[in-house]
Design a protein around this ligand. Structure first.
Ligand code: IPE
Ligand code: IPE
Ligand code: MG
Length: 264
């Protein structure tokens, strides 16, 4: 059983601050092109935005931050760009993990990590093990992640372990524990930088009732103030989960409303 509320099976409790923010960090290439720099320069600069956003979320008391670093479709990019992105991932895992640990941050990676080389896989295992018991922000990096991959790997594992479930209708509660991010509540707020308004195969299952926020700001320009603006927008939303506004007693961002089956 998943320990977190399902947005389709109950009304998750939510407050003024998103517990879980999921972000598509997009626009590195365009940031570089605007400056007549190679795309690489945008990716390198993007790492600084990651540092700034992790710090800001930790200070604000956000519980979960999930960053889309490399999609299952990003292998389609030119080989030299893919190699540079792998180098950046390797560099971040070797240089930043100690600092995350000192700050009480728990690191997780989700995605099909089998596709990465042994060096990166070892660093992932070490980083996750080192920070496993930290109780601050949970930082999840989605790398070689795809929402469809996630749903399919969950179903495969479920049916392998519990072949009996195939006999009846498969319940949400049976699948959810096998999803890559079963340790986290569903995202409250999704942020995509770079101006595109699409989900690009990110957390398809988990975004069912997530508030979506799109900004034209390119990822290397995204900072703590830009994050604040997104959270401000989130605070104006009325999260109805299928109900009517009247049922909520009016007023947006009413915090944790008592609802049948509410689960913390
Ligand atoms: C996001 O920036 C980084 C990754 C997808 C790894 P992009 O590289 O997609 O930048 P644009 O969209 O081309 O500007
Ligand atoms: C989404 O960005 C993936 C990441 C940010 C890692 P893309 O730049 O790959 O998305 P599309 O191709 O524009 O949809
Ligand atoms: Mg892009």
């Amino acid at each position: 059983m998943s320990t977190h509320a399902s947005s389709t099976r109950e009304i998750p409790v939510h407050g003024n601050l998103p517990r879980h923010i999921a972000m598509i960090m997009d626009g590195n290439g365009r940031w570089a092109r605007q400056r007549h720099l190679p795309r690489f320069a945008g990716h390198k600069r993007g790492v600084e935005s990651v540092r700034a956003v992790v710090k800001a979320c930790a200070q604000l008391g956000v519980e979960y931050l999930t960053l889309f670093a490399f999609s299952s479709e990003n292998w389609r990019r030119p080989p030299d760009e893919v190699a540079l992105l792998m180098q950046l991932l390797h560099g971040a895992l070797s240089n930043e993990v100690e600092k995350l640990h000192r700050n009480g941050i728990r690191l997780k990676l989700v995605g099909d990590t089998q596709r990465f080389g042994p060096k990166i896989r070892t660093l992932i295992d070490r980083g996750e093990a080192l920070t496993a018991n930290n109780t601050g922000l949970t930082l999840t990096i989605a790398a070689n992640y795809g929402g469809r991959w996630d749903i399919l790997q969950a179903l495969s594992k479920l049916l392998r372990e519990r072949p009996d479930v195939a006999l009846g209708p498969i319940q949400e509660e049976a699948v959810a524990p096998y999803l890559a991010m079963s340790y986290a509540p569903e995202p409250d707020l999704f942020i995509r930088t770079g101006g595109e308004q699409r989900v690009s195969n990110f957390l398809l299952w988990q975004l069912a009732y997530t508030e979506l926020y799109f900004t034209d700001t390119l990822w290397p320009d995204f900072d703590a103030n830009a994050l604040q603006a997104a959270i401000e927008s989130y605070r104006q939303r009325e999260r109805r989960y299928g109900r009517t506004s009247e049922q909520l007693g009016g007023g947006a961002a009413s915090g944790s409303e008592p609802a049948t089956g509410a689960v913390a």
